[in-house]
Design a protein around this ligand. Structure first.
Ligand code: ABU
Length: 373
């Protein structure tokens, strides 16, 4: 129910007043409205153990050197070109695209307990906001540099709230020194995982969850702990089940390079990060499709993510899937499997730590709450 007569309502909601403005239960119902992040105003993330634990070892020295510096202009412009093409594709496919406010992330800031050289960027709305049905949840992110990131989404969140959405913020973590395992080291291949955060505070990134109607899947990672998973489980209540998927990534941060649901009954997985015989029991009835090995794409000096960003695709419905234009083996496989790939150049965006799934937040998909298991 709207709270004021002159509320700004989003375009499509005005057209179709009976449809809730925020409504998305899974990763594949027809996409109607989406937030795409922004790459301008970003900073190289300040060096921290949570950054080290999630980024390729080859990038560590440069990340330390550039820690907290504004993102170089050439990098921003190249990423902007990719993003413009992505937005054009989404609009051509009939999706309403919304953008966060251009709030620079380059200033240093502090809490009573700590200080950071800068923020990060507002390129990846998938991390700080989780949409489950008609509710939009601000997540308790573990990176100190992301503490105020949601300010860039404030006007959108208020707009959605005024138009009827349920808006929640998970408990704000203190991000005290005691949360972090400063002695984190990259585990040997096959050795048990180590995490950069412990269980002392409630933390999660939305991108560690993926939604399949009444069932959500999650990875414990360097930014998501069991405390955070339990908070979400209790918050969502009995209507939803949360299942843990154990990633074998040695530097886990976000489920969407390990396990990516494509449509009812089918999901893509990274053969490096997931052993299909180890998935939760409910997934035994699903077809798990191994993503082909990524085509090497490093175009910038720094890399913030694993090569499996190749499978960080965005479903526009059960068939249409936006994927990175250079990932030809994946595009070919998706066609073979009966999907309709829409290639889009996006390698210049990778340096912002995400591809199509990370850099979007689906606000509304046409569908209802269902069980697929
Ligand atoms: N933000 C997604 C990156 C995940 C990865 O590096 O595998």
């Amino acid at each position: 129910m709207a709270i004021a007569e002159n509320d700004t309502r989003s375009q499509s909601e005005a057209n179709e007043a009976s449809q809730p403005v925020v409504c998305s239960y899974n990763e594949w119902d027809p996409l109607e409205e989406v937030i795409v992040g922004r790459v301008d105003g970003g900073a190289v993330p300040p060096w921290h153990v949570t950054l080290q634990a999630a980024t390729p070892q080859e990038s560590w020295e440069l990340l330390k050197l550039l820690s907290g510096k504004p993102a170089p202009d050439a990098m921003v412009q190249a990423a902007q070109r990719d993003q413009e093409e992505f937005v054009k594709i989404l609009e051509r496919e009939g999706v309403i695209v919304r953008r966060p406010d251009p709030v620079p992330q380059t200033a240093s800031f502090r809490s009573p307990d700590w200080e950071v050289e800068s923020g990060y960027n507002v390129a990846n709305p998938r991390d700080g906001l989780l949409v489950v049905g008609e509710e939009i949840i601000e997540t308790p992110m573990a990176w100190r540099s992301r503490y105020f990131e949601m300010n860039a989404y404030r006007s959108l969140l208020q707009e959605y709230f005024k138009a009827g959405a349920k808006w929640t913020a998970a408990p704000r973590p203190q991000l005290a020194d005691s949360l972090y395992n400063e002695d984190w080291e990259l585990p040997e291949k096959g050795a048990p995982l180590q995490f950069a955060i412990n269980e002392s505070e409630c933390c999660f990134d939305a991108a560690d969850f993926t939604r399949c109607g009444r069932d959500l899947f999650v990875t414990r990672s360097n930014v998501t702990n069991y405390f955070g998973i339990e908070w979400l489980r209790r918050h969502l209540g009995d209507e939803y089940n949360i299942h843990e998927i154990k990633t074998q990534s040695r530097q886990p941060m976000h489920i969407d390079t390990t396990f990516v649901p494509l449509c009812p009954g089918r999901a893509l997985y990274s053969p490096d990060f997931l052993d299909p015989s180890q998935v939760p029991e409910v997934l035994k009835s699903w077809e798990l499709l191994p993503a082909p090995r990524p085509v090497s794409t490093m175009v910038q000096m720094i890399d913030l993510s694993s090569a499996w960003l190749s499978m960080n695709v965005l479903m526009l419905d059960e068939k249409r899937v936006v994927c990175e234009a250079t990932q030809e083996p994946l595009i070919e496989k998706l066609r073979e499997w009966g999907f309709e790939p829409i290639p889009c150049p996006y390698t210049n965006h990778y340096v912002y730590g995400g591809a199509f799934h990370c850099s979007t937040l689906d606000i509304r998909r046409k569908g209802s709450l269902q069980s697929y298991f």
